[in-house]
Write a protein that binds this ligand. Structure first.
Ligand code: BG6
Length: 483
């Protein structure tokens, strides 16, 4: 294969809590994401135990997809999208998480969204849980730390599989499940947090690692059960995992740096990938647990479920790479959730994320070589500030350059023999940043009039990259020039 396959799934991606808004409309309950205030690169977002009157919570309005979905899907269709990755807000379906019956208005909303996609021949790709869960489950049950939450999730997933049979075929069980072990805490595991805390853990104690890994184990079991049920409900369902692709290079050829990079890649990517694709914890897990005094409660039944509920395809996000060293005297640099040292060969974005298209080729080869199942890049992109010119145009050449470089490397990976089936760049229509809560960190092909203080009328304007990406899709990845 030397070019993109004919049925390649070109598209884009969003998530409900960053995009949908209407956080308390038509019976929707509060999610963990709805309790997060905005932040900046320098100042982390914070969690509040109650909604503070007058404070600005970015997820509450997002980009108001709830009231703009017809316009938005038409815009995506205008670029020729084959697929649209989005997430369902658990709290729109089960407002508290432990409700006996689903919320009909929530079910109806997503049915209309999926029908609208099909009107244009766009295949929905649905993330069942993307960085949010019913806040009630955190408060009352302790989030994913509690085994009972598995049953609530499974009931939710089963409801979706039944309800949208024939409308949705591609599913992802959890977004970036490995963030649960890398940064854990509130945002990805819904573990109870203190008022005013950041949603991600910083440097973790062994107790925190224990709590995160047990919560993560519950997510693995929930994911595997969902895969089993999803296949039973519809044998055509393609159910995948989603991993935050973390590429770690050794800073030097010193064997200590090389070993450190190997271990970092194993822990960051394969701890979760192996459980979800191979159905068992990898060989290096036991040593990691021992070194952090972790004792997991894994029942014999859990082990069986993990084996039976392996995924059909592997998806991941890729934004940047990190560089690690065993030398403690070297300064660390924050980037894409992980820490590392500065790579002298790479440029960095305003938010400190390295730009490394070749890292994507490396990762694609690495995961495909390990798992041998179809692979999809379901997030990629450059978070950057955009300027609206006097004539209303937005000339985001920097974004085009970034995406072009990554598409070129995907092409190389396909030549290398990787079975790459799709590409959905992140935040195809501008949305709230998960990490900082800002609107200013934009990824989209379409500009949304909204700022960090909640001002703006939500009007949509295609950027220069919109017309560029349209040509990329039309030519199936052949026309990449920016002209
Ligand atoms: C991924 C998440 O980690 O990165 C998205 O799945 C997120 O939810 C994206 O938005 C980009 O990160 P950020 O912090 O720039 O929004």
């Amino acid at each position: 294969m030397t070019e993109f396959p004919k049925n390649f799934l070109w598209g884009g991606a969003t998530a409900a809590n960053q995009y949908e808004g209407a956080w308390d409309v038509d019976g929707k309950g509060a999610s963990t994401a709805d309790m997060l205030l905005g932040g900046t690169y320098e100042k982390p977002r914070t969690f509040t135990k109650e909604i503070k009157p007058g404070a600005y919570y970015p997820s509450h309005q997002g980009s108001d997809f709830y009231h703009h979905y017809k316009e938005d899907i038409k815009l995506l269709a205008g670029m020729g999208y084959k697929t649209y990755r989005m997430s369902v807000a658990w709290t729109r379906i089960f407002p508290n998480g432990d409700d006996a019956e689903p919320n009909q208005k929530g079910l109806d909303f997503y049915r209309s969204v999926f029908e609208e996609c099909h009107k244009y021949g766009i295949e929905p790709l649905v993330t069942i849980s993307h960085y949010e869960m019913p806040y009630h489950l955190t408060e009352t049950y302790g989030g994913w730390g509690n085994r009972k939450v598995i049953d609530f999730y499974v009931k939710y997933a089963e409801t979706l599989f039944n309800e949208y049979k024939g409308l949705v075929k591609y599913w992802l069980t959890f977004n970036e499940i490995n963030i649960g072990m890398l940064f854990g805490g509130y945002m990805s595991l819904g573990l109870p947090a203190k008022d005013g805390a950041a949603p991600f853990s910083g440097k973790m104690s062994d107790e925190e690692i224990q709590a995160n890994l047990q919560g993560l184990h519950h997510q693995f079991v929930a994911s595997a059960l969902a895969v089993k049920i999803g296949h039973k409900i519809n044998a055509d369902n393609m159910i995948g995992c989603m991993i935050a692709g973390q590429v770690s290079y050794p800073l030097t050829s010193n064997p200590d740096d090389v070993l450190k990079a190997q271990l970092t890649n194993e822990i960051n990517n394969y701890y979760c990938g192996d459980v979800q694709v191979r159905g068992a914890y990898p060989h290096f897990a036991q040593r990691y647990w021992d070194e952090h005094n972790v004792k997991l409660n894994i029942t014999a039944e859990d082990a069986e479920v993990l084996k039976e509920g392996t995924v059909d395809y592997y998806t991941f996000s890729y934004y940047s790479s990190s560089t690690v060293t065993a030398d403690p005297s070297k300064a660390e640099n924050a980037g894409n959730f992980s820490m590392g040292v500065k790579n002298p060969y790479l440029k960095y974005s305003e938010w400190g994320w390295s730009m490394d298209p070749k890292g994507l080729r490396w990762y694609l080869n690495d995961v495909y070589g390990r798992y041998g199942i179809p692979v999809m890049v379901v997030e990629n992109g450059l978070g950057a500030r955009d300027t609206v010119e006097a004539d209303g145009s937005i000339n985001d050449d920097y974004r085009i350059d970034y995406l072009k470089g990554h598409i070129e490397q995907m092409k190389e990976a396909i030549k290398d023999g990787v079975d790459l089936i799709g590409y959905t760049p992140w935040g195809c229509i501008d949305l709230v940043s998960a990490g900082t809560g800002q609107m200013a960190k934009r990824y989209g092909f379409v500009y949304v009039d909204r700022d960090d203080d909640g001002k703006g009328d939500f009007s949509r304007t295609p950027k220069k990259s919109y017309y560029w990406y349209k040509k990329v899709i039309e030519s199936n990845g052949e026309k990449l020039e920016n002209k």
